[in-house]
Design a protein around this ligand. Structure first.
Ligand SMILES: Cc1cc2nc3c(=O)[nH]c(=O)nc-3n(C[C@H](O)[C@H](O)[C@H](O)COP(=O)(O)O)c2cc1C
Length: 153
């Protein structure tokens, strides 16, 4: 089994729907050989990351940056897993009220420092809430799971 780790915050009903959509995508019944571990940031740490074959990050944009909880996750794993996750396939989504660019810049920088490999463009969901956001996130997750399942990465 290949393990796909999802770490995402969900501070609001909308972002809880995004969290559920991502988990649904990773757990899609058509995906063979995938063990999806879907966690809130405080439940994720170095062990979960070391055991992952791919990772999906989900965060809100707060004060022009990644959410505090997702930042805390990165702070706890960054040096603890230094050199152990290079090349890890990764994707992410951002839910931002207005913008999202600061968060994209931040995640790209952190992921580059960790040596992670982006395998899809990020999904940035900004502006007023749209129900279609959930489909975008589910597809992002399912596509990651399909790639891992097919041994593409
Ligand atoms: C403390 C705080 C700071 C925020 N800062 C930003 C920001 O800098 N840029 C932005 O686009 N949205 C910002 N937002 C909006 C959140 O990104 C948005 O409310 C969150 O993603 C939840 O989305 P929802 O309203 O659809 O539930 C902020 C929200 C909070 C609570």
């Amino acid at each position: 089994m290949k393990r796909v780790l999802m770490v995402a915050n969900r501070p609001s009903p909308n972002t809880a729907r995004l969290w559920d959509a991502a988990a649904r995508g990773l757990k899609h019944p058509d995906l063979d050989g995938i063990d999806a571990i879907c966690l809130d940031p405080l439940d994720a740490g170095p062990d979960a990351l070391r055991n992952a074959d791919a990772i999906l990050i989900g965060t809100t944009e707060n004060f022009g940056y990644i959410s505090g909880l997702v930042k805390d996750f990165f702070e706890r794993v960054y040096y603890a897993c230094e050199g152990e996750t290079e090349g890890l396939p990764f994707v992410y989504y951002v839910r931002a009220g207005r913008d999202g660019t600061g968060t994209v810049r931040a995640i790209n920088g952190i992921a580059q420092g960790l040596g992670w490999r982006p395998v899809q463009a990020p999904v940035v969901l900004h502006g007023d809430w749209q129900d279609g956001f959930c489909e975008q996130v589910e597809e992002l997750a399912m596509t990651l799971g399909a790639g891992v399942s097919a041994g593409l990465y």
